[in-house]
Design a binder for this molecule. Structure first.
Ligand code: ZN
Length: 255
């Protein structure tokens, strides 16, 4: 099925670039889907032996229902998720390709989470399944910090300080915004943004510093119009350039 073949494709790309790729399969009993679903996470590890590690992550699942679609007839259809899902994965795959060539002075993990978007108002436990699982799965093997990418592909991307990130991991927000500023990347705005509950929350709840790069001003959110037509490669490049710079310089270790 499409879920399996998409995951196999992502893992295949990871394996082309990273020395170690690990996967994890688990289940979630979804009341909204009326069945138990099999979920899969994957992580590509660069410098797998390094003790000091950072984590960049995104969700690879796409919402099974376009419940915000303006056309009620389409609200039971799945979304394509070009921005809400695929944009973050696209950036991670390109970062992997670049890191393979550049190498990194520290351990860098690139993770893709399943089951981010299976929640509903009635069953909010369907959200953040993959990230919650990942936090348990890594145990004491904790990253220095986590940068989550979600909806980073829209045209004219404006990344503001997501409120949970700013409240609970302000030093990482400052680090990332400073890096973007030094690179002359203008998509990172030094203004407070909305509070978003996303895959960074399970990490924050485990006292792991984690921030969410997200632009919620996206009218196509959870509609069938979330397609590549409303995305821009420039936005993906801007975010990827900041991550590559952070991973390859690792200047935060001496700060
Ligand atoms: Zn979503």
């Amino acid at each position: 099925m499409a879920h399996d073949s998409c995951f196999a494709w992502i893992v295949g790309r990871f394996k082309a670039y990273a020395p170690v790729v690990e996967t994890d399969t688990f289940t979630y009993d979804s009341p909204d889907l009326g069945k138990e679903v099999r979920l899969m996470n994957a992580v590509a590890r660069f410098r797998p032996q390094a003790k000091e590690r950072i984590l960049f992550a995104a969700h690879w699942d796409s919402r099974p229902w376009a419940d915000k679609d303006p056309n009620p007839a389409r609200r039971t259809r799945p979304i394509l998720g070009a921005n809400d899902g695929a944009s973050g994965v696209a950036v991670l795959l390109e970062v992997a390709r670049v890191l393979r060539k550049s190498g990194t002075p520290i351990g860098v993990d690139l993770a893709v989470f399943d089951g981010e978007d299976l929640g509903t108002e009635e069953n909010p436990s369907g959200y953040f399944r993959g990230s919650s699982r990942y936090v348990e799965w890594i145990g004491e093997d904790r990253p220095i910090f986590v940068i989550l990418l979600d909806m980073v592909g829209k045209m004219d991307l404006n990344l503001q300080w997501e409120a949970n990130s700013r409240e609970q991991a302000s030093n990482i927000v400052d680090l990332v915004w400073q890096e973007a500023h030094e690179l002359g990347i203008r998509n990172f705005k030094s203004t407070p943004g909305p509070k978003v509950f996303d895959d960074h929350i399970p990490f924050l709840n485990a006292s792991i510093p984690a921030i969410d790069l997200i632009d919620m001003s996206f009218p196509e959110w959870h509609t069938t119009a979330d397609t590549p037509a409303v995305c821009s490669p420039q936005s993906l490049e801007a975010v990827g350039a900041v991550l590559v710079s952070l991973a390859t310089k690792a200047s935060f270790l001496s700060r």
